[in-house]
Design a protein around this ligand. Structure first.
Ligand code: HEM
Length: 397
């Protein structure tokens, strides 16, 4: 057997999967890796294998299993304590997911378009009135994603940076279990106060609905509610923040693509899906444990071993996507799996698409002269957090 590779593998180009994934796909499609926690696990990199893995009822997402391949010790320990539903199995997982799904259907999300557009315009007004240069991640990408999720839930959005700090700590591979627990504890405390208020005065926001229909009826406990709302905020804002920021940087690097979108704004929905595929920012989010022996590409992953379905590996598989590194807004049959696959596939994907479409279209239309306010080489990337992105992006216009 080959020596295990160190995992995660760093990206060379921020807009593509790590180059090493090409060799993995052809030579070791199911490869043994050593995680930062010193545990060993498997990674799967071919499109067909990743889909088969994530759709397989014999895989578990239960973070309490000893083989669970968390990328940080803090995530593993705190996850086992708080049990976010993304890291649980049926029937528990199904119960939480069913509570959220009706709020995130295509139809439901469509009704949010005017509110999201208004909020994006307001944030751009603020950005344009600010002294230049500004940090685009903070004033726009994070502000858009955080205020959209807060508005949906009915959470005051005064403290946008607070939510960012929570994810920064809970999503970092270097955080200890205490640091993760403290960060999540702060978030849960804030939600718990709002829950107490909604019990007295319910409104028409999602949090009120969850309180009235699920907490007050005894279908869910307070701790379960806090964990479910907490993971929705965490999963929903960090990912969209990174997608808005990284897509913007890619468009600044590629004026031809920017012009294509400015000339033909109706391309935006397809462009968003292509950006989701190319950037694959949630590459190693699907963490699983084999609950039985599972065979993929001729190799057996033994029961109880951890296994990670590499989304960037799948989305850059040349067997599935012609010239996968090429950004092509006209790509036919773009069935990427940037939102995962199977029972844990992203609950918020329609909302994410809406946010990205509006955030990027409005930015290109209203700030066509946007440019970097630092050397391109100075732009720093987040290599050590759960999803790939940018810490800061200084811009001017
Ligand atoms: C561009 C943005 C986004 C990306 C790339 C993304 C990606 C993902 C991926 C890959 C998963 C599956 C994880 C797994 O299989 O273990 C997932 C799950 C999830 N996402 Fe997203 N997501 C995004 C935006 C959002 C938004 C806006 C929300 C909420 C409003 C959200 C809420 C969730 C939740 C609650 C889950 C857990 C679903 C489950 O376990 O059943 N995500 N996301």
């Amino acid at each position: 057997m080959n020596t295990p590779h160190d995992f995660p593998i760093r990206r060379g180009c921020p807009f593509a999967a790590p180059e090493e994934y090409d060799a993995l796909r052809t030579e070791e499609p199911v490869a043994r890796v050593t995680l930062p926690t010193a545990r060993e696990a498997w990674v799967v990199s071919r499109y067909d294998d990743v889909r088969a893995l994530l759709a397989d009822p014999r895989v578990s997402a239960d973070i309490r299993r000893p083989g669970f391949p968390a990328l940080g010790e803090g995530e593993q320990e705190a996850g086992a304590r708080f049990r976010p539903f993304i890291r649980t199995d049926a029937p528990e997982h199904t119960r939480y997911r069913r509570m959220l799904l009706p709020e995130f259907t295509v139809r439901q999300v469509r009704t949010m378009r005017p509110a999201v557009q208004a909020r994006v315009d307001e944030l751009l007004d603020d950005m344009l009135a600010a002294e230049q240069p500004v940090d685009f991640v903070s004033v726009y990408a994070n502000a858009v994603s955080t205020s959209v999720i807060c508005e949906l839930l009915g959470i005051p959005r005064e403290n946008l940076e607070f939510f960012r700090d929570v994810t920064r700590i809970s999503g970092s591979r270097h955080s200890t279990a205490e640091q993760v627990s403290e960060a999540l504890g702060g978030l849960f405390g804030l939600i718990a106060d709002l829950v107490a208020e909604r019990r007295k005065n319910p409104g028409d926001d999602l949090l009120s609905k969850l309180v009235v229909e699920h907490l007050n009826t005894g279908a869910i406990t307070l701790d379960e509610l806090l964990s479910t709302v907490g993971i929705t905020i965490n999963a929903g804002r960090e990912t969209s923040t990174n997608m808005i920021a990284l897509s913007t940087l890619l468009l600044l690097d590629r004026p031809d693509l920017k012009e294509e979108l400015r000339a033909e704004p109706s391309l935006m929905p397809r462009a968003v899906d292509e950006l989701l595929r190319v950037l694959s920012i949630a590459d190693s989010i699907p963490l699983r444990v084999a609950a039985d022996d599972i065979e993929l590409s001729g190799r057996v992953i033994p029961a109880d071993d951890g296994v990670i379905g590499l989304l960037a590996g799948a989305n850059h598989d040349p067997e599935r996507f012609e010239h996968p590194g090429r950004v092509d807004f006209h790509r036919p049959d773009n069935h990427h799996i940037a939102f995962g696959y199977g029972v844990h596939q992203c609950v918020g994907q329609h909302l994410a698409r809406l946010e990205l479409e509006i955030a990027l279209e409005t930015l290109l239309r209203r700030v066509p002269t946007l440019r970097l306010a630092c050397d391109r080489e100075q732009v720093g990337f987040k290599h050590d957090s759960a999803t790939f992105g940018l810490e800061e992006l200084m811009v001017t216009w």
